[in-house]
Every structure is written in structure tokens, then in C-alpha cells.
Write a protein that binds this ligand. Structure first.
Ligand SMILES: *Cc1c(COP(=O)(O)O)cnc(C)c1O
Length: 388
């Protein structure tokens, strides 16, 4: 009996488990020493000054937008080919959300589309305050071009790098924030490293860092430099703005710090498996992932596109037959603007045609560090049988 192969899953070692158990036996299970340890490990890896661990990438995107002063009357742009969280964060802040259609080769937001849309929006004075490029599947967007446009049109850049810890762009780690104000990571179990649930915001800007740590804890500060009056005593704190409880626990952070030690091993394995798929699938009627020469992907996802004119089945048939064969295929992503909630805001099908064309042909096939060669061969065999 063949077991089900998921499209992604965590890889937990005995050392990871020991790290968590150690916290459970210690004095702190939240807000103890594991949080700064995990934050420092990520910041050092990425070559960035500051890192703020939170409960999820969704929370990270939310406080990143607030730290960038996004509010009602402002506009946020992102890619339609993403998880809804990359757009929802704008709505949480009362801002208006819009999208930039994707590049037909990388499936990231298209720089040409972004440039045209900025020019048009400038004329009608509807420029975005924030643009969130999403590094789809672990491949960085063209950040140098985005940074140039940010300068020219005066918007801030938050990288949604939920897929891309361990990836690099122009030989620097994603997360260095060389071309952005902030970068966000996700530590959900299907992502590259995990804390169960968890996320992080990275930045080189001290002003943003100070805001982010306050927003993570109700907008509260204990730093006398930020207080509006002299401290009343050792117990004293002040709430300066409206924040949240978005704190990660030490239990999670210990797992994250332990997983960080294996990040390079995970990404090396994912790159190896992706290259192997490239070779094993090259003769099939599929479009395989294309990589921009400036990028080295972390390979969160391996997405194939069906050449439907050369396959005598529908996209849906191929998908369902693979599932029936025990292959946990998935589809990343349903274009966000086509979700009923976004349709109610005024978006409609055909607004972002590249993302919709992509959606009609794309399938994510299993890829994770613990995928064995035998399992990968089974995926390839199943694909051959289904689309033959
Ligand atoms: C997973 C993901 C998120 C949300 O991450 P959570 O940690 O689950 O909140 C946001 N953006 C993208 C692109 C993602 O893949």
C-alpha cells in the first residue's frame, strides 16, 4: 500500500525535540531567553540589524504595515499570486488594496506592470504607500528594480519572504533588507523552517524596530526614553499606541533556533530535489520553473504548468488523478482578487489575466527536505501515467 505523499511537511530532528523539552523544564516558557536567541540567529544569518519574532507571518505583515504608518486613505499593492495574508494586512489597517499582475516566467509580480501602473497612478494621484513583493516559491523578486521605483515614487517596500528564508538575491541572503524597509518570514510547518506557528519581521531601521517591538506587545514600552513623563517606579510602563499580543512563546522560539542550525541543510536538499525534478520531467508537456540569474531559490514550492494543448485531460482531471494516486498535489495560488471577499470590494475575474492564466495550468508537486528519492520517483511515475 502506497502512503500519501504531501506537497510539503516539517522535518523535526531529535535535537529539535530536545531544544523544546529543555524550555519546558526551564523557568520561562514565554518571553524568556529563547526569543532573542532565535531572533539573533535569523538576523545574523540574513545580515540584518534587527529581527522581531511574532505569532505568525500574518501578524508580522500586520505590524510591519502599521510600523510603516499604513492607515485609512492609504493604498497597498501586492501580487495576486499569493496567500491572502499578503493583501489582508492592508485591509486590517483600513487601507485600500490593489494588485500588480505577475510575470509570465517567474510568477512574481511583474516589474514592467508595476512600472506602468505606477506611472498611471501617479497621474491620478493614487500612488501606493506600501508595495509588498512576494518571493513566490522561494525565488526573490527583482529587488533592485523595485527599490529604484520606490525611490522614484516614494513608497515603502515590505518583502513577503514567507517562502524564501535561505534564498539569496544578487548573492546576498533574502532578509538582508538591502532593497527594502522590512522583510517578513513565516515558520508555518510547510515552510522552509518551522516553529509550529510563527513569523518574523526584519529591518535595518531602528525607528521601525522600536515600533515593531511595541506593536507586538499592546503598544507598551518600558524604555524611559520613549515615555511621555518620568517613570513612577520599577513597575511602570506606558502604552503609547494600540498594539496586540503577537508574542511568540519560548517553546516555539527554541524550536526555531534549533531549526536555524539546519536551514542550509534543508535548502541544499530542496535545491537538489528541484534540480532532479528538472531532469526527470524535462520531456513531459509541462512548463518547469524558470529561475532569474540573480536569484537562488529556497525552493519552498516546485510548480509545474500543464501545456494543456498537448495533454488530452483537463487541469482538474490531472490534479484529481494525482491525488487519487496518493500524490498530495496542491495549487498555489487561487488569485487573491478572485476571492468572494475581494470581489465584494470591486475586483473581478479578468482584472489580472496573467495570474488567472497561471491558475488554470499550475500544480504544486511534493517538495520538502525529507522527501526521499523513492518518493520523488513515485511522483514522477504518477505524473507520467496521468498525463501520458
Ligand atoms: C504562509 C504565507 C503567509 C502567512 O503565513 P502564516 O505564518 O501562516 O501567517 C503569508 N504570505 C505567504 C506568501 C505565505 O506563503
Amino acid at each position: 500500500m502506497n502512503s500519501f505523499i504531501p506537497y510539503g511537511r516539517q522535518d523535526i530532528s531529535p535535537q529539535d525535540i530536545d531544544a523544546v523539552v529543555e524550555v519546558l523544564r526551564s523557568d520561562w516558557i514565554t518571553q524568556g531567553p529563547a526569543i532573542p536567541r532565535f531572533e539573533q540567529a535569523v538576523a545574523e544569518y540574513c545580515g540584518v540589524k534587527y529581527a522581531v519574532a511574532v505569532t505568525s507571518a500574518t501578524a508580522a505583515l500586520h505590524i510591519a504595515c502599521l510600523a510603516a504608518d499604513l492607515g485609512s486613505g492609504d493604498i497597498l499593492w501586492t501580487s495576486p499570486n499569493t496567500f491572502v495574508a499578503s493583501a489582508n494586512c492592508g485591509l486590517y489597517c483600513g487601507a485600500e488594496v490593489d494588485f500588480v499582475d505577475i510575470d509570465r516566467r517567474t510568477y512574481n509580480l511583474s516589474i514592467e506592470e508595476l512600472e506602468c501602473k505606477l506611472e498611471r497612478s501617479n497621474q491620478i494621484e493614487k500612488l501606493p504607500k506600501i508595495v509588498i513583493p512576494v518571493h513566490f516559491s522561494g525565488q526573490s523578486c527583482q529587488m533592485d528594480r523595485i527599490a529604484d521605483l520606490a525611490q522614484k515614487y516614494g513608497f515603502q517596500v515590505i518583502e513577503d519572504a514567507s517562502h524564501a528564508i535561505g534564498a539569496s538575491y544578487q548573492e546576498k541572503p533574502v532578509g538582508s533588507c538591502q532593497f527594502s524597509d522590512m522583510t517578513v518570514f513565516s515558520f508555518h510547518p510547510v515552510k522552509i523552517i518551522t516553529t509550529g506557528e510563527g513569523g518574523m519581521v526584519l529591518t535595518n531601521r531602528e525607528d521601525l524596530y522600536e515600533k515593531l517591538i511595541r506593536l507586538r506587545t499592546h503598544g507598551i514600552t518600558r524604555n524611559p526614553n520613549f515615555m511621555t513623563e518620568e517613570s513612577h517606579g520599577g513597575w511602570y510602563y506606558q502604552q503609547l499606541e494600540l498594539g496586540f499580543n503577537y508574542r511568540m512563546t519560548d517553546i516555539q522560539a527554541a524550536l526555531g533556533a534549533s531549526q536555524m542550525q539546519r536551514l542550509d541543510e534543508f535548502v541544499t536538499r530542496r535545491r537538489f530535489l528541484a534540480k532532479r525534478y528538472d531532469e526527470l520531467l524535462q520531456d513531459l508537456p509541462l512548463t518547469l520553473p524558470w529561475q532569474h540569474p540573480d536569484t537562488e531559490s529556497s525552493w519552498h514550492l516546485y510548480v509545474i504548468r500543464l501545456k494543456l494543448d498537448k495533454i488530452c485531460k483537463t487541469h482538474r482531471q490531472v490534479f484529481e488523478e494525482l491525488r487519487q494516486a496518493g500524490i498530495g498535489v496542491n495549487l498555489h495560488y487561487i488569485p487573491v482578487h478572485t476571492q468572494p471577499y475581494y470581489q465584494e470590494l470591486g475586483f473581478k475575474w479578468e482584472d489580472f489575466p496573467q495570474s488567472e492564466q497561471y491558475y488554470r495550468e499550475a500544480i504544486s508537486i511534493p517538495l520538502y527536505a525529507g522527501l526521499t528519492l523513492e518518493e520523488q520517483d513515485r511522483v514522477v511515475r504518477a505524473l507520467r501515467e496521468v498525463i501520458a
